[in-house]
Design a protein around this ligand. Sequence first.
Ligand SMILES: Nc1ncnc2c1ncn2[C@@H]1O[C@H](COP(=O)(O)OP(=O)(O)OP(=O)(O)O)[C@@H](O)[C@H]1O
Length: 236
Amino acid sequence: MSIALTDIVLTYPDGDSTVTALDHVSLEARPGELHAIVGPSGSGKSSLLAVASTLIRPDSGSVRIDGTEAAELSPAERSRLRMNRVGIVFQQPNLVSSLTAAEQLLVTDHMRGRPVRSHRAAAERLLAVVGLDGKQHRRPAQLSGGERQRVNIARALTGDPRVLLVDEPTAALDHDRGARIMDLLAEITTEYRVATFVVTHDTEYLDRADTVSTMRDGRLTTTGGAPRPERSGAAV
Ligand SMILES: Nc1ncnc2c1ncn2[C@@H]1O[C@H](COP(=O)(O)OP(=O)(O)OP(=O)(O)O)[C@@H](O)[C@H]1O
């Protein structure tokens, strides 16, 4: 199991009381599995991703990533686990406006302490994987919304993560671009054998998921999904 959340409870302080954002939530994903989480606004989806990424520590419950229990790590070790094992795709790409597509990936590598020079070719390969062949020299303003999201996804893959956490990847995109981004995430999940959680409002693209769960008032129910056929050798 690449990622397993077990019996997670998360509360936030709210004046004199608390809000229960996650109420005994369990979910998991194996390598090559795409697990979609849907649910209305305020149901706890972003909180779930924040806990899964180890950015927020839950009140109780277990987060295991690639066999490591996050609660047993020091803050520095947790940060290393996140950097080395988890790719995060935020809703807003948050690209640096002055950097080219390739440089966005190289900066991330640099922050991991890896030599940039040896990674330029790898960055260009990843951009080709997400369909941006020939556009590696473009800055964010020279890319469409869908293309910026593709850079965002490629950047999350730079560290060869075991787990990919994706927040509302289609929110700012029209139907065709949204569908292509979900196809890309499904293909990457299979090809790279990552365990992927995708949080989405969009119920339109759920056929790309192996498992679908619904969040409601902090509670999670697995509602559907079926294993996709193996796509060995599929172009991504
Ligand atoms: N920092 C916080 N402090 C207090 N309450 C919070 C905080 N963050 C979220 N909440 C509350 O926790 C609950 C879950 O919020 P969360 O952002 O996880 O939902 P969501 O499903 O991601 O919503 P959306 O789809 O609108 O982004 C909501 O009731 C929200 O108001």
